[in-house]
Design a protein. Structure first.
Length: 439
């Protein structure tokens, strides 16, 4: 290994190709530990008059409309077949639970009924209550002010049940999956040459970091969308609902970032200096969260103990160390393949994939500092056995590592980003809609 051109793995902190030692930060850079990701809704989406902001397809102007109602005897039209995805996890739409005044059920869609006082209930609350009961409605109302993404992380394997308010568990949540539980998968594979070229075309090189990819369901039939700040929910055509998995502030940032990039990219790479892809602001919480996720996961792949010292790995695993390095290598974490299904007029994420790839790198760099693949080394099947073992371990034990808040947050970001891309591809102006959600 040429000391004048050291392997990326030996640069400064030996992180997962993220060369961000604490001493390298300047006072102008954000202190992640001092930030909070939860943010109250801006209030622009829903005012005291009970109305809310909606955006029609093809428009760049928000309109005020009365809050959608679940009126007596009104049958909400069934979602078109094109909007209901097929795949490994698309449970059938469930009829509304029986009540004292049940609605009729046709094609799996329940009609709404008025309450005993003759007053109609609002659509979003009605959908959420039928989907998860009043407990779900109350939970969303309580969580919104402090949410950081998908609930999780309190089951981290090194967290204490008492002192950290951690969830008890045995370190493996993959044994049972109640109906409707999202299924997350981990995969590992060496990156083939054609994939290396397509990845380089999308990102300008090989991201030695974390990216969010994939799109949500086909929403081309949807004509307007609205936002309900009470529940941090997107309303589609006044008939179905999707609850965003991240805070309003972060959701608005994702809407703007994906809407402002023709390639719809969200991700980071540990080039020197680090690269933030697309229109995601360099100093945003999302960019820093992606970097932190890369530091944690990359620390396992490259057996770097700086961020995992004392950490209890799945099945008492000990990350393998590579004693000699003769060529550069990048690890590429891609959160992708997000699936969705409709149950009782609420869109639910039904799972996603963490795809881990190891890529031999050329000694050359792109003009912007991006890493470039070494085609010959890829064709020859070069890769360090220790790193392959460590990456495979993460993929095979994703149910364990997803309990870490930073990993759970990546899936929350990824699902939200996938749904946002679906809205963009359906013809909605994301920047305009973002102004209804948050700053």
């Amino acid at each position: 290994m040429n000391r004048n051109h050291p392997s990326l793995l030996l640069a400064t902190t030996l992180l997962s190709l993220i060369v961000l030692a604490p001493t390298a930060r300047t006072q102008s850079e954000p202190d992640i530990s001092a930030k909070t990701q939860g943010a109250a809704a801006s209030g622009s989406a829903k005012s005291v008059d009970g109305g809310y902001s909606v955006l029609k397809k093809g428009s760049k102007r928000l309109e005020r409309q009365p809050e959608p109602q679940a009126n007596a005897g009104q049958q909400l039209p069934q979602l078109p077949a094109s909007a209901i995805p097929t795949g490994r996890a698309t449970p059938a739409r469930e009829p509304a639970p029986s009540t004292g005044n049940p609605g009729t059920v046709e094609s799996g869609v329940a009609s709404r009924q008025t309450g005993g006082n003759g007053q109609s209930q609002d659509l979003v609350q009605d959908v959420l209550a039928r989907s998860g009961g009043q407990a779900r409605v109350n939970s969303l109302l309580q969580q919104l002010g402090t949410m950081t993404g998908e609930p999780g992380g309190r089951g981290a394997p090194t967290a204490h049940v008492v002192y950290d308010n951690a969830l008890p568990g045995n370190g493996d949540d993959s044994q049972s999956h109640p109906a409707g539980t999202p299924v997350f998968e981990g995969t590992f594979r060496p990156m083939p040459v054609d994939a290396a070229h397509s990845t380089s075309a999308l990102y300008g090189g090989i991201p030695g970091g974390v990216v969010l990819e994939g799109s949500g369901p086909d929403l081309s039939a949807v004509q307007q969308i609205g936002y309900d700040s009470r529940y941090n929910a997107v309303i589609l055509d006044n008939r179905s609902v999707y609850v965003l998995k991240v805070s309003p502030e972060l959701a608005a940032l994702l809407f703007r970032a994906i809407g402002g990039d023709d390639k719809e990219r969200v991700g980071v790479s540990a080039a020197q200096p680090p690269i933030v892809y697309g229109a995601v602001p360099d100093d945003s919480m999302i960019a820093w969260d992606l970097l932190l996720a890369d530091e944690f996961l990359g620390g396992i792949v490259f057996a770097n103990s700086e961020y995992t010292n004392g950490y209890r790995f799945a099945s008492d695993f000990v990350p393998r160390k590579q004693t000699s390095l003769t060529y550069n290598v990048a690890v590429f974490f891609k959160f992708t393949n997000f699936q969705f299904a409709v149950r009782n007029d609420e869109w639910h994420g039904t799972g996603g994939t963490l795809d881990i790839q190891l890529v031999p790198l050329s000694d050359k760099r792109a003009s912007d500092g991006n890493f470039l693949p070494d085609d010959d080394a890829i064709r020859a099947g070069k890769m360090y056995a220790a790193f392959t073992t460590n990456a495979t371990h993460i993929a095979q034990n994703l149910s364990y590592y997803r309990r870490e808040l930073i990993v759970s947050q990546m899936f929350a970001y990824g699902e939200t980003a996938a749904f946002i891309r679906a809205l963009k591809r359906a013809g909605f102006d994301l920047a305009t809609f973002a102004s209804a959600i948050g700053p």
